[in-house]
Every structure is written in structure tokens, then in C-alpha cells.
Design a protein around this ligand. Sequence first.
Ligand SMILES: [Zn+2]
Length: 85
Amino acid sequence: MIIWGLRSRTKTLGQRMLNCPNCHRDAMTAAVQTRRWFTLFFIPIFPISGKKTIAVCGLCGFRYEVNNEQAEAMFGAAAKPLPNA
Ligand SMILES: [Zn+2]
């Protein structure tokens, strides 16, 4: 029997002060990257969607999507990107 499924993996890029587009205050904003993976026997095999970076305002909790490259540069993710398709 083959057990397969889908799973979202998230990675926190970091936090920094950003002006929130919702409450228009300078707030500590966290950036989180998510990506959906195809899993086989609960092991992620390959990503089935592109990376998506979500920024979360620390004051009002507003979530908004930000450009991946921009977010990585802004939040100083020094991690090397994984080789992928
Ligand atoms: Zn806000």
C-alpha cells in the first residue's frame, strides 16, 4: 500500500520593522515562507507549488503576500536556496 499526501512546509525568514499597509504603523513584521509538497510515506518528495512569502504585521496581525526575492533580501535570509526544478 502506498501512502501519499500533501503537506505545507513553512520557514520563518525573520523579523524586522516595516510599515504595515493595513494599519500604516511601523510594526515588527515577521516573514514566513510556505510551500506545498507532495509526500510519500509522510516524506516530502517534491514541491508542487512555488514559494510564497507572507508577511504578518506584529501590531494588527494583517497578513499580506510579498515578493520572494525582496523578502529574502529584506529579512536577510542567508540560507542558500535549495536546488529545485
Ligand atoms: Zn498592521
